[in-house]
Design a protein around this ligand. Sequence first.
Ligand code: PLP
Length: 368
Amino acid sequence: MEKAKSALNFGSGPSKLPLEVLEDVQKEFVNYRDIGFSITELSHRSEEYTELNQQAQDDLRTLLSVPDNYKILFTQGGGQGLLSAIPLNLIGENGTADYIITGIWSTVAANEAKKYGQINCIHAECDVPSEEKWNLNENASYLFYCDNETIEGKEFHFVPKVENIPIVADMSSSIMMKKIDVSKFGVIFAAAQKNLGTAGLGVVIVREDLLGRALNICPSFLNFTQLSQHNSILNTPPIFSIYLLSKVLKWVKQNGGLETMEQRCKEKSKLLYDTINESGGFYHCLVENTSIRSRINIPFCINGGDAKMEEKFLSEAAKCQIYQLKGHKLVGGIRVSLYNSISYNDVMILTDFMIKFKKENEKVIQHE
Ligand SMILES: *Cc1c(COP(=O)(O)O)cnc(C)c1O
């Protein structure tokens, strides 16, 4: 118990959930709203679940200011399930789509889509604002991009400008952290385990006119049209995950909504980037281009990528109960993820640790 309360978790996903949410869930886990049993034992056709399903959609709609001509759907199969669902639902008769490739997740997305059609891959950085710079295909059914590359720590700080083609954005690691103009998109989707709840659940915001285009081979449970017709209760939904989502949304609302989340996101990432920048090179950002640096996932190396030093950093951090800081195996180094559940104070504890670690270990390097 002692450990759970004070441990800091900077994981990239599954990631930290607000303590208030966990405690609330714990409190009503055995007996949901005095019905005499748990939410996980409740029929998905029950009145209580129908209400929960609607409440979660309404809260998402309010928090993200989703216009009326968009449907909100809950899917199973997490993020990767949706990387398949996107082409299956949208590639249509044209059979072709454009994918902006900025890192590992957009590459995975394009590779999934290639199973269902002709994919035009456009290799770019997250700082290209408009279609003039891209070699777009005029027959493409949609343009896909990943708003925040969780692994490399690269973020689009704007919505790319394209005409006459629906934009599809993977916002798995950036949804609910900044205000977005939903009307600029055809589809926004996210896996829930980064910033919305727990793994397995996908959230989709789809413009109504894009429904009805699914390929015949699209499995029913991933078919946006069918899900929409059944208000996301087509087969048994992941009830517990949607319940947890509803609790997280309530927490976001109670804590100031998107405006506050975005402000916090700016302040937290600034503190960490400043600490890295002021370390005289001891810590070094893996993303050189400052205009594409993510405010959510921040990878850096230590002492020029000194693997031993990075191991030591991780083990010393663990002694201070600071966890899940190891970089993705394809990138290496250290990665800090600053989702909504992470407070400014949490980041201060981390940066204080980083400053202390630097002081102690710079000396070691100089003496050697
Ligand atoms: C985590 C993540 C995914 C994949 O989510 P899974 O639920 O593990 O399949 C996809 N895209 C992005 C941007 C992610 O961060």
